[in-house]
Design a protein around this ligand. Structure first.
Ligand SMILES: [Ca+2]
Length: 357
């Protein structure tokens, strides 16, 4: 027999075998089962009865609507925190947001909404670039607002929250409240709850407000008589500025400064301990051996010493966050998020000035 042919045939059967092995792998075995309705479980029924009674809604209809909501496995997976020990990387995080396409979109958004941004700035004291930074990081200026059915996502997290989450009980209670807020919001704004889409956690529209934040902080900024964060960028602009103002934005105050920390590890640890909470005056920092920038030395009010990791090997990024930096973290509890918002806003502003020059 021709030796080459044997090799060929062997190879062919080996290939076939490899294909079979590959296809036998669990993720090829079968498609995941389609999501199932939550059904009339006791906690859901009690919630529906309590909410419908308090609001004067049809009890049976709400029970039915919630029982038919789908229990989404993907949502339960996404709500779990990232694995412990994963080194964060500010440089990589920054590059995801401060990139050419988003800067172009931001400059176009600013040009289209110049009047509304200026009006929000004069009314609430929040600079246009911060609002532009938030809307760019959250949804790429309304392009990515989430594809999950919010009713299903919130019902999943309200009644089938993954028990392996470290703060499962607290988070489940939070999402039960957000579900109630969502149902009220839909009735108040004439939205069909079954149709509204958003993030896996139920965040909505251009600014990705949670339903409770929408009801508490959103404003009708285009004056059409309704608050619409899903299709009105102008309502989104006013609402973001109003939200930050309500959390204590100080007009005219910087968001952050540069600093050099002392080498002594015990002092560094003490300065970093309050994390994003502004606790130290410029004098406190200098007394501890830190070297705040000249502008930071003139800053009145407390500052936070913030350290951002740049992967496992590169030196960290260190800065002083003011109370305004802290206000940005009220939108999303993360120094990485806040700095990305601030730097995106600055970069869009620079691109805009370049374009108009
Ligand atoms: Ca409106």
């Amino acid at each position: 027999m021709n030796r080459a042919r044997i090799v060929l045939r062997l190879s062919a059967s080996l290939l076939l075998a490899l294909c079979l092995v590959a296809h036998a792998k669990p993720h090829h075995a079968k498609a995941p089962p389609p999501p199932q309705p939550l059904g009339p479980r006791p906690a859901l029924v009690a919630f529906a009865d309590g909410l419908a009674t308090a609001q004067g809604w049809d009890v049976a209809a709400l029970r039915e609507q919630l029982a038919q909501a789908l229990d989404l496995p993907k949502v339960k997976q996404l709500i779990l925190p990232a694995a412990v020990g994963t080194a964060k990387n500010w440089t990589a995080y920054r590059d995801r947001f401060i990139e050419s396409k988003r800067l172009d979109a931001g400059a176009a958004f600013w040009a289209e909404n110049e009047t509304a941004l200026a009006r929000a700035e004069s009314q609430y004291g929040v600079p246009a670039e911060i609002v532009v930074g938030i809307l760019g990081v959250e949804t790429f200026y309304g392009r990515i607002t989430g594809g999950f059915k919010v009713l299903d996502a919130l019902a999943t997290l309200a009644f089938d929250f993954p028990s392996e989450h470290p703060r499962a009980a607290e988070r489940q209670a939070f999402f039960r409240n957000e579900l109630a807020e969502f149902l009220k919001l839909c009735r108040e704004n004439g939205l069909d709850a079954a149709d509204v889409r958003g993030s896996y956690a139920g965040a909505l529209g251009w600014p990705q407000f949670m339903p409770g934040s929408w009801r508490q902080h959103a404003v009708d900024f285009d004056g059409d008589g309704r608050i619409d964060l899903i299709t009105s960028p102008v309502d989104a602009i006013g609402s973001v500025a109003h939200y930050l103002a309500e959390y204590g934005w100080k007009p005219g105050e910087a968001t952050h400064y540069s600093v050099r920390l002392p080498a002594d590890p015990i002092t560094r640890r003490r300065l970093l301990a309050p994390d994003i909470k502004p606790k130290f005056t410029a004098a406190d920092l200098q007394e501890a051996g830190a070297q705040p920038s000249e502008a930071a030395r003139d800053h009145v009010g407390p500052m936070a010493v913030i350290e951002l990791q740049n992967g496992p090997r590169k030196p960290t990024t260190v800065l002083l966050g003011t109370e305004n930096f802290w206000v940005v973290t009220r939108y999303n509890w993360s120094a990485y998020y806040a700095l990305a918002v601030i730097e995106l806003g600055q970069a869009v502003k620079a691109r805009r000035l370049q374009a108009t020059r």
